[in-house]
Write a protein that binds this ligand. Structure first.
Ligand code: NAD
Length: 251
């Protein structure tokens, strides 16, 4: 409880708070993360199929392995932690969410300023002519057994607008993320192991500009020693406690 009060103190006394989220914020929506031992996706899926090199030589593999996961991600619902961030933004207490997630759950929860540095599952792009496809069209092709899905016009492979290992990050989204990381005086990290670069550099950017750091993650991270508050608890519980504390301060 002391830690929750301290997080709320920091949120209320900061002028520019940003959140950095990872797969751990969506596990309570039923989406597994990558690295939780025993449950993480990398214990079930071959990580190498999700690299840009593998995709170029064998695009079918990514769709074969990922098809069920993409369907699950699209059907998932936001949870209390996504909703807490949307509420903070609405109250003027949060400027932006930088997310490594591709699930779109921040937007489903109502967040408006979201930088998706690892892409999203709303669209895909033809690797030949650049034609854009909505995810529903791509899922339809997959369900019809068209693996990999191909462009209706030029017949080249359609790549989802997600970042694979070896891809560059979307420059505009990452540029904006760097900008808010430099400007913020408080960064909240929620559900990230903080091991995937360059996303994991963003807390260092914030700290380097004098910001305070709050880490809310079940497992320890490499930044715990530099954070003002560290909470190793399930995020849903933490988010509800923060909102309750915030509510009590406005009465
Ligand atoms: P990660 O798997 O490396 O780390 C997730 C962290 O969240 C872990 O340290 C774990 O302890 C913590 N965690 C899990 N459930 C939690 C909970 N209920 N409460 C608090 N903490 C919890 O994930 P990452 O740091 O985001 O980086 C890996 C990559 O995973 C990113 O590139 C991201 O694109 C990708 N990814 C995204 C999704 C998604 O869109 N939902 C799902 C899986 C992986």
């Amino acid at each position: 409880m002391k830690k929750i009060k301290k997080v709320v103190d920091l949120i209320l006394s900061s002028k520019y708070t940003v959140a950095l989220t990872g797969a751990g914020i969506s596990t309570e929506s039923g989406i597994p993360d990558f690295r939780t031992p025993g449950k993480g996706l990398w214990e079930k899926l071959p990580a190498e199929a999700f690299s840009t090199w593998a995709f170029k030589t064998n695009p079918k593999a990514l769709y074969e392995h990922g098809m069920v996961m993409f369907g699950d991600l699209l059907a998932a619902k936001s949870n209390p932690a996504h909703r807490m961030l949307a509420i903070l933004e609405k109250k003027g207490l949060l400027k932006a969410v930088i997310t490594q997630n591709i699930d779109g759950l921040h937007q489903k929860a109502g967040s408006k300023t979201v930088f998706e540095i690892h892409g999203h599952l709303r669209t895909g792009t033809c690797m030949g002519c650049g034609k854009k496809y909505k995810m529903e069209e791509i899922m339809k092709k997959l369900k019809e057994g068209k693996l990999p899905p191909r462009c209706d016009d030029c017949k080249k492979v359609i790549k989802l607008d997600i970042i694979l290992f070896g891809d560059n990050l979307p420059p505009e989204e990452y540029g904006k993320s760097l900008d808010v990381a430099r400007r913020c005086d408080l960064m909240l990290v929620l559900g990230s192991s903080l091991v995937v670069t360059p996303a994991s550099d963003l807390p260092a950017v914030a700290l380097g500009s004098g910001a305070k750091l709050v880490i809310m993650n079940k497992m320890a991270t490499g930044y715990d020693g530099e954070a003002g508050v560290v909470i190793h608890e399930p995020l849903g519980k933490t988010a509800e406690a923060i909102l309750k504390e915030l509510e009590s301060r406005s009465q």
